[in-house]
Design a protein around this ligand. Structure first.
Ligand code: MG
Length: 383
């Protein structure tokens, strides 16, 4: 029996993780849950899963929830509350499915407490990859990917020695705007961008998929998770999202992991690893797939991927700047305050104006994160 805490339990990954837990009561149980502000859904989850403690990021909402629930469970508040849930003594594994750089310190706290961290929060490794990987190593804590691409690579890596891998190949659906011209992109709205062609996900990541910033983040994450040089990571467009990613070995053999685009498989694998247990996900069929196609990414139409690679290669605080500017710009785009091409423009401006700190500690990263977010917010409000 593995006891699980879920940070961000009311989001897309969190609710799917709870489905897996309730379908496998002999394998998993819930110790703690956290939500940003959706206390209605969190209340239902408390009734269904009887966690030992919960936390709500927005303090006023935490107070309202504490008044409303019948089941006697401590309701913690704010980031400190989330840190408490991330380090609960009875927990074996922590799913971090928070959105944004707020996910960085809960990952570090959980690793420090020796927990297995099942990582869906991309910003953790983008903003603070070196520090997080070092922490996992120091504490001999497992850091397992939930993202479909990294899970695919992680699965392919089993039984392969590190020195035998020459290249990682990340696949990319192309996002909601894969067939749009630069001219068309100017007038597209958040509503258009939220129609992802293959995956059903939260709004932040769906916009990141439309700009291909998501794929840029995934390259940075793969660099950290698998210790591969940036030049040994390739991105290939694969509109059907059936091959989730591949590895190329020294002898030119290529291994891939395939399946329907269904996050329940990578979520469950991160929880059950190293075991494989039955899943309620739809069985795969090559006959039903019929056709798989591949192509190059058009770097001109999707500049964010290139900016992410530049920031990753520069290292230090640069990826944290990339993430912070993107986070604020995407939020503004979701609120219809800026246009789609403004997202990449604001990210580029933030990178261009940043003075790199080569070996930042976590406080310097968090300080840069806050400062860049404020600067980009100010630019947007002055428009
Ligand atoms: Mg992905």
């Amino acid at each position: 029996m593995r006891t699980i805490a879920i940070l961000g339990s009311t989001g897309s990954i969190g609710t799917q993780a709870l489905d897996i837990i309730s379908a496998n009561p002999d394998e998993f149980s819930v110790a703690g849950l956290t939500a940003h502000s959706n206390i209605g859904k969190l209340k239902e989850q408390i009734d269904a899963f009887k966690p030992k403690a919960v936390a709500v990021m927005e303090r006023e909402k935490a107070e309202v929830l504490a008044e409303e629930i019948d089941y006697a469970v401590p309701v913690l508040a704010g980031l400190a509350g989330i840190h408490s849930i991330a380090t609960m003594q009875e927990t074996d594994a922590v799913i971090n499915s928070l959105v944004g750089s707020v996910g960085v310190t809960p990952t570090l706290k959980a690793l420090d407490a020796g927990k297995r961290v099942c990582l869906a929060n991309k910003e953790t490794l983008v903003a603070a990859g070196d520090i997080v990987m070092q922490k996992a190593q120091q504490r001999e804590a497992e850091l397992l990917p939930i993202d479909s691409e990294h899970s695919a690579i992680f699965q392919c890596m089993r039984g392969v020695d590190d020195g035998e891998v020459r290249k990682l190949i990340l696949t990319c659906s192309g996002g909601a705007f894969r067939d749009k011209s630069i001219g068309e992109m100017r007038s597209l709205t958040a509503k258009d961008a939220l129609m992802h062609p293959t995956w059903k996900m939260g709004s932040k990541i769906t916009i990141d998929s439309a700009t291909l910033m998501n794929k840029g983040f995934e390259v940075i994450e793969a660099h950290h998770l698998f210790g591969m040089a940036y030049d040994a990571i390739e991105v290939v467009k694969h509109p059907q999202s059936i091959i989730h990613s591949l590895i190329e070995l020294n002898d030119n053999a290529v291994l891939a992991q395939l399946g329907w685009p269904d996050m329940r498989i990578p979520i469950q694998y991160a929880l059950s690893y190293p075991d494989r247990i039955p899943s309620s996900a739809r069985p795969f069929s090559l006959i039903d797939v019929k056709q798989l196609t591949f192509g190059e990414i058009d770097a001109k139409r999707f500049p964010c991927l290139g900016y992410a690679l530049l920031a990753g290669k520069a290292g230090g605080t640069m990826p944290a700047v990339l993430n912070a500017a993107n986070e604020v710009a995407v939020h503004a785009f979701l609120n219809d305050e800026i246009s789609f091409p403004d997202i990449s423009r604001m990210v580029k401006e933030a990178l261009d104006s940043h003075t790199l700190i080569r070996r930042p500690d976590i406080d310097e990263i968090l300080e840069v994160d806050m400062r860049v977010k404020n600067e980009v917010r100010n630019t947007i409000s002055e428009q």
